[in-house]
Ligand binder design. Structure first.
Ligand SMILES: CC(C)(COP(=O)(O)OP(=O)(O)OC[C@H]1O[C@@H](n2cnc3c(N)ncnc32)[C@H](O)[C@@H]1OP(=O)(O)O)[C@@H](O)C(=O)NCCC(=O)NCCS
Length: 202
């Protein structure tokens, strides 16, 4: 039986439920509390655009078979003009090699054109088979490497920075801060005692 054609449409805040279900499917090990309201808020932002590839699932219902998340930035450091960033691109394995991703990227290109932006940048997951798949797909469309994005766990980074003595010096180290607080308190007491003595004329 022939499959119904894929239509690309922009996700609205009312699609938060659909996206939450997609998130649960893509990241089954990463349940996020309060995801639905967060998605509703994200979908209402002017700098976020989510495009969905949908097919007719019958009885007036639709099935999401692809998703593309765009972040629209007005300024990009060290580069003139803004850029449209593809944060996520995913197509349901059952629907791959049917042009869904190309249709989603075409929507992204239209958005960039509308904004008068020259560059479309695409984030690709590193070191995974799906990442390699996206790399190959994008390379064939002419996307070249631009920057390497490294991420760090914030807590681990802070511990490393403290360990190396970087940061705000004494203020960044709780032990040194306590010693400093004690010194300031002692000096304040000494000053007060001096002032009281002078006031008493002793
Ligand atoms: C990479 C990915 C997005 C491609 O999606 P897709 O919908 O299969 O892509 P398209 O169908 O538009 O194009 C794929 C290929 O199929 C070809 N194709 C498109 N329509 C076709 C058709 N009707 N018949 C045959 N081939 C077709 C395209 O020309 C393209 O060929 P190429 O690979 O030689 O360039 C998809 O494989 C994917 O989602 N991978 C996982 C990514 C992921 O995990 N993302 C989550 C983290 S961000």
């Amino acid at each position: 039986m022939a499959r119904s054609p894929v239509v690309v449409r922009r996700a609205l805040p009312s699609d938060a439920e659909v996206l939450a279900a997609l998130h649960a499917r893509l990241y089954p090990a990463h349940a996020v509390t309060g995801l639905r309201p967060r998605l509703t808020a994200a979908l209402a932002r002017h700098d976020v655009e989510v495009q969905l590839g949908v097919v007719d699932a019958g009885c007036g219902a639709e099935q999401v078979v692809g998703v593309l998340v765009l972040r629209l930035t007005e300024v990009v450091a060290l580069r003139p003009g803004g850029a449209v960033h593809v944060e996520q691109l995913w197509v349901d394995p059952e629907w791959r090699r049917r042009g869904v991703a190309r249709s989603l990227l075409a929507a992204a290109a239209r958005t960039a054109e509308r904004l008068g932006v020259d560059d479309l940048a695409c984030a690709v997951p590193a070191g995974s088979p799906s990442g390699r798949e996206v790399h190959r797909f994008l390379a064939r469309l002419g996307f070249g490497p631009a920057v390497t994005l490294r991420t760090a766990d914030v807590g681990r980074l802070q511990r490393r920075l403290l360990g190396s003595g970087a940061g705000a010096g004494a203020a960044a180290d709780p032990r040194r801060r306590t010693a400093l607080d004690q010194l300031v308190a002692r000096r304040r007491r000494q000053l007060l005692t001096g002032v009281e003595r002078r006031a008493a004329g002793t």
